[in-house]
Design a protein around this ligand. Structure first.
Ligand code: C2E
Ligand code: CA
Ligand code: CA
Length: 735
């Protein structure tokens, strides 16, 4: 609509230009003026702007202006009197305050100091020009009457006011709406026409009618601004941007230099009063520029301060970051007797992988807040990266540490609700004190070693002691050795029978790995699988175990037919299972060996699957291939029964701890009895693990167990098919 108006308006102005000088042209002029006022009112009615008052002021100003036009023409055409000075000027001049009020309302909101200074610079400089070239000559015109001079000065004075406001609008650093642009244009046109008019009437007698076109276009633009839909909202939607852009700098430089430049104009340089004016304005401008620059410098300094602060802060949690923490440790070491605690979350990677980074981030943020609240305000809490946090107790007394550890453990133990998930965090804490130390890096290293020791032992907390260094070094060496051992083919697989009760018939074998160390001899998995798990080698090692086990099993089937173990099971660690390609590894192992999927089971522990997500998804995929899933060490985790609802399982392996005392009355016997009921109830194959005596076997059978594994039936052996003198291979029948 506003565009239509603009087009019609400009066309009308074109038509107006073609009309001959005289009454018809003047009437057309008034019609356009009145139509514009009407359009502004219409705009207010249609768009219902937030700042209706401002627009009403503009409408009133324009209307009074048109009244001035009418009066002017009345003097000219009806009274045939010189219209200047006359009542028309009264109308014109009284329109100024209305416009100024309107513009003030437009400019006033959310001005910044810097924007105000910029506006002052521009307005001072331009105002000075106006004064030198327009106001002063008019005031000095000795031919004119006092009234004429007064009125003559009043116009440019009003223009100066509007100019100031326009400069304010242009420099307030806001991306204005189209409506405010049109407003600015209208004001600018008005000012330009006004000033040209004044200058022309001062220096020549001609007043070309083109000038009137300027006023007309100004009317039309004003109305277009009111018709544009963007007039509705506030112009101040966004933060004002008063940065020192290059454009702004050039604008300010030019305007600031204009004033002193005037001195080079001969007529100005010659006149005392003008020189004074230029001098005074020059000083004002200089001060304004200095003010602006110092504001600018202050901003830069403040921002660089904020940057420095940011560089010391962890984005996600708002805690101190590693840099800041090391600094704090350094200061604390110089002052008191600090203690450092390093916390590493357990299972965070799985949460991140399975539930997504957003959940992981949320968890970290919540934990950060809890840690912060759990310690004394003097303590520094930092996020060291990933899922590792640190706490500095700047001056710890001997009894403080256990208290703090307890508190931290306590806060971590409460479940954290993130979206629909209830997450349980646990952490391993390592601590080190600063006794005899001055290097923060060494102190953190010690806490780190202690933390790894805690993780290793599955303990909550471990304090640093020199012996740990050796162990940590040993683990690092062992990790490297494992890598080499895999390449040198030092790993062996042994197989332990799983038999039926009561017959003792071979039902399956479990694959267990051994390391044939060139010096140390046969090393058990408990001594190296956890290390391989931590350094990631388990993925490669596990794939090798799976492949080799399938090849062996397929070989037995070919050679021994029905005498071969009907099934083989392979242990899979948490990290392996969480590896995205794991289901494919299983598929390939079956394909290359030719072993039927139904002859393979994988054994997973509760901890590997209890975070849900990817690990459980992998189990579904593996089962879809026809491979069975066994839940290992069943009953030792903290949500064994709950898992049976969410995790796809075919086989339960009841942990040895429940079997050990099955022949004595007591808790364990009761649990062993309940577990077989659960297994049977759910239709799962249930294996009793670690059966060492015939009595245990008999009791288990009585309780309902039909599958068992243990030294009583056979130890793990290299070749379960070899006719051997090895006692372990003659499977003892029960009864
Ligand atoms: P697990 O899966 O619970 O394996 C059973 C462990 O109990 C084996 O120890 C086995 O030798 C032992 N065992 C069997 N019967 C008896 C018994 O009657 N009495 C006693 N005292 N022990 C018995 P091993 O071979 O030392 O393995 C220990 C653990 O290492 C395994 O526990 C398993 O968690 C892990 N592991 C073994 N092989 C592998 C493997 O190939 N991959 C992975 N990821 N982990 C493995
Ligand atoms: Ca197992
Ligand atoms: Ca087990």
């Amino acid at each position: 609509m506003w565009l239509g108006w603009l087009a019609v308006g400009l066309l009308a102005i074109g038509g107006w230009c073609l009309l001959a000088d005289g009454l018809p042209q003047d009437i057309a002029y008034d019609v356009i003026g009145l139509a514009s006022v009407g359009a502004i009112v219409a705009g207010i009615r249609i768009h219902r702007p937030e700042r209706a008052a401002m627009w009403w002021w503009f409408a009133a100003g324009n209307f009074v202006w048109v009244l001035g036009d009418l009066t002017y023409e009345f003097y000219e055409h009806v009274l045939h009197q010189e219209p200047y000075p006359s009542l028309a000027d009264a109308f014109y001049l009284s329109a100024y305050p209305m416009m100024v009020v309107g513009l003030l309302m437009l400019v006033r909101q959310r001005r910044t100091g810097a924007g105000l200074v910029d506006a002052s610079i521009v307005a001072t400089s331009l105002g000075l020009m106006l004064w030198i070239f327009v106001i002063q000559p008019i005031a000095a015109d000795s031919d004119a009457s006092t009234l004429e001079r007064l009125i003559g000065v009043a116009y440019p004075a009003g223009d100066t006011m509007m100019l100031f406001l326009l400069a304010g609008l242009a420099t307030n650093g806001r991306k204005g709406s189209p409506s405010s642009h049109l407003l600015g244009l209208a004001t600018l046109l008005l000012l330009a026409s006004d000033v040209t008019f004044a200058v022309l009437s001062l220096y020549s007698d001609q007043q070309p009618s083109v000038l009137d076109a300027g006023f007309l276009i100004s009317y039309v633009c004003w109305a277009a601004a009111a018709l544009h839909p963007s007039m509705r909202g506030s112009v101040a939607g966004e933060e004002p941007d008063v940065r020192m852009t290059r454009r702004r700098l050039v604008l300010l430089a030019i305007t600031a230099v204009l004033a002193p430049g005037l001195l080079f104009v001969p007529s100005v340089g010659a006149e005392q009063l003008a020189r004074w004016a230029v001098g005074a304005c020059g000083i004002v401008l200089f001060l304004l520029v200095v003010g602006r620059m110092s504001g600018f410098v202050a901003t830069v300094q403040r921002q660089s301060g904020q940057l420095a602060d940011l560089a010391m802060r962890d984005d996600l949690t708002g805690l101190a970051n590693r840099r800041r923490f090391e600094q704090a440790v350094r200061e604390a070491l110089a002052g008191g007797r600090p203690t450092v605690l390093l916390l590493d979350l357990n299972g965070f990677k799985e949460i991140n992988d399975d539930l997504g980074h957003a959940v992981g981030d949320r968890l970290l943020a919540v934990l950060a807040g809890r840690l912060r609240n759990a310690v004394h305000p003097d303590s520094v809490v930092a996020r060291m990266g990933g899922d590792e946090f640190a706490v500095l107790l700047p001056d710890a007394r001997p009894g403080d540490l256990p208290v703090v550890v307890d508190r931290l453990a306590g806060t971590l133990h409460e479940a954290i609700r993130v979206g629909e998930h209830d997450l349980l965090a646990s952490a391993s804490i390592g601590s080190a004190d600063g006794a005899g130390l001055d290097d923060p890096v060494e102190m953190l290293r010690r806490a780190d070693v202690a933390m790894y020791a805690a993780k290793h032992e599955g303990a909550w907390h471990r304090a640093y002691e020199p012996g740990l260094d050796e162990r940590a070094g040993a683990e690092a060496r062992l990790g490297a050795e494992l890598r080499a051992a895999l390449d040198a083919e030092q790993f062996r697989l042994v197989f332990q029978p799983i038999v039926t009760l009561p017959e003792g018939r071979l039902a399956a074998v479990e694959t267990l790995v051994r390391w044939e160390h060139p010096e140390r001899g046969l090393v058990g998995p408990d001594d190296f699988v956890p290390v391989a798990e931590r350094n990631g080698l388990i993925v490669e090692l596990g794939a090798w175990i799976l492949r080799t086990a399938c090849l062996r099993a397929a070989g037995w089937r070919r050679e021994h037919g029905p005498a071969a173990p009907p099934k083989i099971s392979v242990n899979v660690s948490a990290r392996q299972l969480a590896q995205p390609g794991f289901p494919d590894t299983v598929r390939e192992a079956l394909a290359t060996s030719g072993l039927p999927a139904s002859a393979l089971a994988i054994e997973v522990t509760e901890t590997a699957v209890f975070t849900g997500g990817r690990a459980v998804e992998a189990l579904h995929q593996i089962r879809a291939q026809g491979v069975q899933v066994a839940l290992d060490d069943f009953g030792t985790g903290h949500s064994s029964l709950g898992l049976l609802q969410s995790v796809p399982v075919d086989i339960l392996k009841v942990d040895k701890s429940f079997i050990d005392n099955v022949t004595k009355a007591g808790r364990h016997a009761v649990i062993a009895s309940s577990l077989i009921d659960i297994g049977n109830g759910l239709g799962l194959a249930t294996v009793a693990e670690g059966v060492e005596t015939a009595e245990q076997a008999a009791e288990l059978h009585r309780l309902g167990y039909r599958l068992a594994q243990g030294y009583h039936f056979g130890r793990p052996v290299l070749d379960p098919m070899a006719p051997s003198r090895d006692a372990a291979l003659t499977f003892a029948a029960v009864q």
